[in-house]
Design a protein. Structure first.
Length: 372
């Protein structure tokens, strides 16, 4: 199924994304035992230092797959019930009727009805407040702010609900995953970061994946350029940024090779059991962070190509950085892509992102990487 790796076509597709306006991007594609790695463009627009395929990168919400795997491992051990109300574990964080109605599974698949604490969902919330008015100033103001996760959860829980628990469509919300991190802490007696590191990252043998100890990315990496829908011009480097505003929801640093390895081992049943993997692949309808309806499982979502089978994985964005990792359901073909510019689209008069040449070039790259 699908076509063998075509390195020349992949190189050309990468160059087209760079030419369309992406400063730099890099990727790894695997097909069985064959591996292609490539990079195009620069890691630093000032010095012209090139990107390389082995660079470390902030992977954003791809972290959610890692966090979900750690929760499912605890479920397999009988310490967590997926359909147990979160109020049984964390009554102080989700009290009362909502704590009784929202299950662990609803947190993982974003059907809890809990609001996003980030203010593009609710302007009254305090984290990055001026983003609600599409102003980027608070990105700079909070570069080195150390956010308290309990406070962030409190904002999401206190905001008006965005749906009824278990109702469809759900709404993507980082509040859910900060709660899952507290749940891991409660049942394991260690931090969520330690639990995920020991039970997922180390189990998968990922040598270049870690939670950041501070605001810097250690080791070879690209600068990360945030455009905030054309309002930061030229785009500003946000590679130094305290990631406590998302924590175990979206703060991991990894490489494209490590991501392909993780998803390969996950689908091979080496991270969670086959029955847990089957639960991860049971999808519900939710509205993504970009406002688009998508099918979402437990820390995974599917992408489908014409007649080529389903790919499972996750995407991620941080200030200035984006990534996508996908693996075919049979485990034979996988891709991981990282890029160093975000929110390149301008907004129209109603505030909707306008099409940009980067969008089409990336879609072509993904098609070549996944389907040949």
């Amino acid at each position: 199924m699908g076509n063998p790796l075509d390195g020349a076509a992949l190189d050309a597709a990468m160059e087209d994304v760079h030419r369309a306006g992406m400063p730099g991007l890099f990727a790894e594609v695997r097909d069985g035992d064959r591996v292609w790695r490539g990079a195009a463009g620069v890691a630093d627009v000032t010095t012209g230092r090139p990107v390389t395929a082995d660079m470390r990168h902030r992977i954003g919400s791809i972290t959610k797959t890692f966090t979900t795997a750690a929760v499912l491992q605890q479920a397999e051990a009988g310490r967590i019930g997926l359909d147990t109300p979160i109020g049984r574990y964390l009554p102080e964080l989700v009290p009362g009727e909502r704590g009784d109605a929202i299950t662990v599974r609803m947190l993982i698949n974003h059907t809890s009805g809990l609001a996003e604490y980030l203010p593009w969902a609710y302007p009254s919330l305090k984290a990055f407040p001026d983003l609600a008015n599409t102003g980027p100033q608070s990105l700079d103001d909070h570069r080195l702010t150390r956010f308290d996760p309990v406070e962030l959860i409190g904002m999401g829980v206190a905001a008006p609900p965005v749906g009824t628990p278990g109702g469809a469509p759900g709404l993507y919300s980082n509040t859910n995953y900060l709660l899952l991190a507290r749940l891991l802490e409660r049942v394991t007696g260690t931090t969520a970061e330690q639990c995920i590191t020991r039970n997922v990252i180390e189990r998968a043998g990922l040598r270049h994946t870690e939670f950041p100890a501070g605001p810097n990315v250690e080791g070879p990496h690209s600068r990360l350029y945030e455009a905030w829908f054309g309002m930061i011009d030229p785009p500003r480097d946000h590679s130094v940024h305290d990631m406590s505003w998302v924590g175990p929801s979206a703060s991991l640093i990894s490489t494209v090779a490590d991501l392909n390895r993780l998803y390969g081992m996950l689908l091979a049943g080496k991270i969670v059991s086959p029955s847990s993997l089957a639960q991860m692949q049971r999808t519900v309808r939710i509205v993504s962070q970009e406002g688009k309806p998508i099918d979402y499982g437990l820390g995974l979502y599917p992408m489908e190509g014409p007649g080529q089978g389903v790919f499972w994985g996750h995407g991620g964005t941080v200030w200035g950085g984006g990534s996508l990792a996908m693996i075919r359901a049979d485990g034979r073909r996988s891709m991981a892509v990282a890029m160093n510019l975000q929110r390149w689209n301008g907004l129209d008069s109603s505030g909707r992102p306008q099409p940009h040449p980067i969008d089409d070039a990336l879609a072509t790259l993904y098609r070549v990487a996944m389907y040949g």
